[in-house]
Design a protein around this ligand. Structure first.
Ligand code: CAA
Ligand code: FAD
Length: 402
């Protein structure tokens, strides 16, 4: 009962990976989804399964204990996990596309040899950029690092950090020289046992099994060799990695939308009203067809951006477009899916409402104005709000046309 779309330019290896992730998601994740959502907790068996399946070092070289697969493979894994549980998907996404990628792209040989095997084998990673005062304006961050002999002393705090309740390895962005503005931002790797204070998990509307915490650094001592990519290079590292990461979030949203569609559509052909399956009424059938078009467009944008990135071509604009569009599709399709299933769609029983709650992490805003609903696509929270994606796209258009 799966509407998979027409895209079929995957290698045999990528197809095998897709099937393996589907099996893992069905056997290990699916039975736990509801309980994890209700308890706001990621089951340790799921985390262990992700590592055991080789899904936490997808692009990492075999030499460092990884699967040495393509970027597209990482995107496939994120999509397939999101079809079953977007929380598990974002855990895998942050770990691979943000944390592992920084070590692969900017780590020295020694740093790669030290950190990548741990990240592939058992230790979860977090990417710590946002702060209470700096979300969209990420480069205004207030965390500071000061040199002290052969160590750096980090002070400050981070907010909204995904995976941080379970993580052991943290990439922290701190400014070592605020007089240089964002050109003082530097990336450090630290471990939990160095003394990072991890506060309680945020209680959230959606992706509730994914942990999101505030972190405090009170004179956190980090060895000098833990600077990644050079002093003052942190802002470039952060945004270049986020450009890629946004393709991951697009895949998460694509998977989420597909997951909701796959649950609701079969129901519309089983449920009879007025003597016929509700999905065959034109009013329903056309909505389903429109959702299928939305899914297809999100899929093409997402995998096109992934391939561009993989082929070393410019992809920033396309990644922003994919994230922006897939975020909207996720919210619309999961919202419609609830309505297609009627009353049962509104209950926890089917799991359809969970997809919609999860989609609100990239949700759109509506404003009621003079009794009309004006639709503003400015929500979309993590890895850059929709407005930030539009700003990125607009800058490219201006450059191309002026
Ligand atoms: N790609 C590459 N470089 C970029 C860039 C992009 N998309 N956007 C900006 N830059 C560079 C500029 O070229 C400039 O560098 P140089 O001085 O070397 O030329 C520098 O960044 C500053 O440029 P701006 O003054 O235009 O940028 P800004 O300060 O106004 O905003 C930004 C830059 C903070 C990156 C902002 O555009 C942005 O993306 N904000 C969103 C932050 C974000 O995505 N946070 C995600 C946190 S992680 C997360 O959320 C994980 C999760 O969900 C699970
Ligand atoms: P704000 O920046 O205050 O934005 C609020 C509103 O203002 C948005 O609608 C935005 O579009 C709009 N706005 C802001 N600036 C502009 C502008 N220039 N033009 C037009 N509109 C604008 N961060 C991490 O570093 N690591 C993580 O792992 C991580 N995981 C997260 C997980 C969750 C569940 C959540 C909720 C957040 C996570 N974040 C993480 C933080 C996330 O990246 C930020 O929440 C996001 O960048 C937005 O920042 P903000 O919440 O401060 O909103």
């Amino acid at each position: 009962n799966e509407f998979v779309g027409s895209l079929d330019n995957f290698t045999d290896e990528e197809k095998m990976l897709r099937e393996a992730v589907q099996r893992f998601a069905a056997d290990v994740v699916a039975p736990k989804v509801r309980e994890m959502d209700e308890n706001e907790n990621m089951d340790p068996a799921v985390i262990k399964g992700l590592f055991d399946q080789g899904l936490m070092g997808i692009e990492t070289s075999a030499e460092h204990g990884g699967a040495e697969s393509s970027f597209t493979s990482a995107i496939i894994a994120i999509e397939e996990l999101a079809k079953i549980d977007p929380s598990v998907s974002v855990m895998c996404d942050v770990h691979n596309t943000l944390v592992n990628t920084i070590f692969r792209a900017y780590g020295t040989k020694e740093q790669q040899a030290k950190w990548l095997p741990q990240l592939a084998e058992s230790k979860l990673g977090s990417f710590c950029l946002s702060e209470p005062v700096s979300g969209s304006d990420a480069f205004a961050l207030q965390t500071r690092a000061k040199k002290d002999g052969d160590h750096w002393i980090i002070n400050g705090s981070k907010m909204w950090i995904t995976n941080s309740h379970e993580a052991e390895i943290f990439l922290i962005f701190a400014n070592i020289d605020p007089s240089k503005g964002y050109k003082g931002i530097t990336c450090f790797v630290a471990t939990k046992d160095m003394g990072i204070e991890i506060m309680k998990k945020e209680q959230k509307l959606g992706i509730r099994a994914s942990s999101t915490c505030t972190l405090n650094f009170d004179n956190l001592r980090v060895p000098a060799e833990n600077v990644i990519g050079g002093e003052g290079q942190g802002y470039k590292i952060a945004i270049q990695i986020l450009n890629e990461g946004r393709i991951g979030i697009a895949a998460q949203m694509l998977g989420l939308a597909q997951g909701a569609f796959d649950k609701a559509v079969p129901y519309t052909y089983q449920r009879q009203q007025f003597g016929q399956p509700i999905g065959t009424f034109q009013g329903m059938a056309f909505q389903i067809a429109q959702a299928a078009i939305e899914l297809e467009s999100a899929r093409l944008l997402t995998y096109n951006a992934a391939r561009l990135k993989e082929e070393g071509k410019p992809f920033t604009k396309e990644a922003a477009m994919a994230k922006y569009w897939a975020s909207q599709v996720a919210q619309r399709v999961s919202g419609s899916a609830i309505e297609w299933a009627g009353g049962v769609g509104f209950t926890r029983e089917t799991g359809i409402e969970k997809f919609w709650r999860d989609s609100k992490i990239v949700g759109d805003f509506y404003i009621a104005l003079e009794l009309q609903l004006i639709y503003l696509s400015q929500g979309a929270i993590y890895e850059g709000t929709s407005n930030i994606q539009l700003q990125t796209i607009a800058k490219f258009i201006q450059k191309e046309y002026s």
